[in-house]
Design a protein around this ligand. Sequence first.
Ligand code: SF4
Ligand code: SF4
Length: 470
Amino acid sequence: MSSSRFSPALQASDLNDFIAPSQDCIVSLNKNSAASRLPIKKKQVVVSTKPPEESVKISLKDCLACSGCITSAETVMLEKQSLDDFVTRINSGKTVIVSVSPQSRASLAAFFGLSQSQVFRKLTALFKSMGVKAVYDTSSSRDLALIEACNEFISRYKLSQLSSDKEVGTSLPVLSSACPGWICYAEKTLGSYILPYISSVKSPQQVIGAAIKHHMVEKLGLKPYDVYHVTVMPCYDKKLEAVRGDFVFSVEEKEVTEVDSVLTTGEVLDLIQSKSVDFKTMEESPLDRLLTNVDDGGHLYGVSGGSGGYAETIFRYAARALFNREIEGPLDFKILRNSDFREVTLEVEGRPVLKFALCYGFRNLQNIVRKVKMGKCEYQFIEVMACPSGCLNGGGQIKPAKGQSPKDLIQQLEGVYMQDVSVSNPFDNPIAKRLYDDWLVQPGSDNAKRYLHTQYHPVVKSVTSQLQNW
Ligand code: SF4
Ligand code: SF4
């Protein structure tokens, strides 16, 4: 199976370049058991889709932990996080919670000719008819991630203003961290020089996972291991993110994962179509407000920006916090080499004081990384996304209709994305306020760092896989 479903950056880091036929699996070697060694040849994957306690030989998490991979991680993952697996798990006696991304809602809305709000209510009805307990919205966790990212940027900016080189270090630029395609590429291909620049804030997917498994379960009177949490996302890369070891913890000696499974938008469309229901005319359910950006009048709200609005939100916040400037109206992003590489500048008394960039797609990403490496990056913050045009164009989104060009589809999605969603400031989000009051205390607190931030790890390739790339 090719890795073409992943983002361009992830394909560049090439999961399959870790395939080295006829070696022993490192997972088994680590277990020190000769009997459990798995000689695996290319494409001959030994994977069980049964629950872990039964007979899984290799999990995707293990695969990502290994620098000498000998099998196709994508194949492992697709079996482990498939629609079939989801349907099986839904009847396993666990409390199932689904968190839907706004990009996925927009893709389904464009496909069915509905609004985001209609799609969300119908999806809620569909999932609940299958036994799902609650359906939430990752716009709420994105607001939490944005608040943490604003706070982190101010701290790192202030650090960069110190005089000693040692203190300034790698404080700027801050490179955004919400895109797992970019993170995987940075860890596997770029390595240790770039990782300190990457924001430590978890992505919205992992933030909602942490909120549900570390905090909300208590409110619901459940144990974290009794909840099966599924997200609906615009790309396959999010499946890889969900299984990172950093997002697994243990409770009462049981392994708990913040996000148990990820379905792409396309897989949810398959689910809808498999149900033989007329989604367009299907009854709608009220939304679950606990972790959904919906106001008292039933209107959705969130930040604009199909890739999370990181650069825009932090730019406005930093302009106010650092330079006492309130920016009204849309930001004036200037297109540079192409529409996927744009910058915005704040000038104070004729002098540029803030310079941020959006950098989408592998080609632009490589350019920016080169500049960071040479110490010639003029930006303080860069919103890095692996997919050209960003998350609305993720590899897991519904493909263009017959006769529709990808460009037309993106334009349509951009229109649908904020059509019935009011633009709001994350700092005004009552859900975020409540989570800080009840759980996290304040942005950048010890609790916030513990639950909403993460770390990155350079992956050293095995000699064999390096030789293969010669
Ligand atoms: S990726 Fe590494 S750990 Fe996973 S199956 Fe391959 S060799 Fe084993
Ligand atoms: S840009 Fe967005 S859709 Fe594409 S890989 Fe990154 S997170 Fe996924």
